[in-house]
Design a protein around this ligand. Structure first.
Ligand SMILES: [Zn+2]
Length: 262
């Protein structure tokens, strides 16, 4: 069981079968819609369920994707980047633990923030004390609604911050409070090149990164289905329903036997 950072929903995450691998493989791009489709199939909510998956605060969907990634590939994330200094160009490993990353991004409630009204409203609205500002935390549906906007930051603020004519200072403080209550899991990671010492920034987009990794893991799905169907004469549906790890073990056995015959 895991607890999502912002909504505090208690969830358990299942490993994908071939059906989810097929979703990943056939998706045109690594979108929020794809993330929601995977989560709807693979996550069970044990307590504090959201009204709908797109009613989750944005960092909670990112946390779910990291938990799904942990289920499939383990806690350790390893990525690679290249030093930006043209004279250096060293390859640099970015390496961190999902558990530690989530623990490092726990929300906190700033002192100048209070729940507006009874606190029973869904979604909850907050007040920024000493100002006119009211705000709520952006959810996945907000992100989808502004996805094709020319100015998504402005449009997100219009949806989530009131009144519309709020002074710029109060608006900035409201945005800071929102970031403390629901810290984004996607941002720049700071580091330093071990070869030349140049300061580096590596932008981690959790949705993009985890979906790409999971899709990469699914790339042999059709080969596996083909081999297993040809050998055992099971249907496509039966093979897709196998947990990914079991499907891969069957396919591996068949490959070994075929290798021995030739
Ligand atoms: Zn360097």
């Amino acid at each position: 069981m895991s607890r999502l950072p912002v909504s505090q929903a208690e969830v358990s995450v299942r490993a994908p079968t071939g059906v989810e691998d097929l979703l990943l493989l056939e998706a045109v791009r690594t979108s929020t819609e794809l993330a929601l489709a995977l989560v709807a199939r693979l996550v069970d909510v044990l307590a504090r369920a959201p009204d709908a998956w797109d009613a989750l605060p944005v960092p909670d969907l990112e946390a779910l994707l990291l938990l799904l990634r942990r289920t499939v590939l383990g806690d350790r994330i390893r990525a690679e980047t290249v030093c930006i200094m043209p004279t250096c160009g060293a390859r640099i490993d970015v390496d961190f633990s999902i558990n530690a990353y989530l623990a490092h991004h726990m929300p906190r409630t700033p002192r100048n923030v209070a729940l507006d009204g009874s606190g029973e409203d869904v979604p909850a609205w907050y007040r920024l004390l000493g100002t006119q500002a009211r705000f709520r935390l952006p959810v996945v549906a907000d992100r989808l609604a502004v996805a094709y906007s020319a100015n998504p930051v402005r449009d997100l603020a219009r949806r989530c911050i009131q009144p519309a004519n709020l002074a710029a200072v109060a608006r900035r403080r409201a945005i800071q409070a929102m970031a403390a209550l629901a810290p984004s899991l996607s941002h720049e990671l700071d580091g330093r090149c071990p070869e030349c010492g140049t300061a580096l920034e590596f932008y981690l987009d959790v949705q993009e990164f985890t979906l790409r990794e999971l899709r990469d893991q699914a790339r042999y799905l059709l080969d596996d289905v083909h081999l297993i169907a040809r050998t055992y004469h099971w249907t496509e549906g039966e093979i897709l329903a196998l947990p990914r790890a079991r499907r891969m073990r069957y396919a591996e056995r068949i490959r070994q036997e075929l290798g021995q015959e030739t």
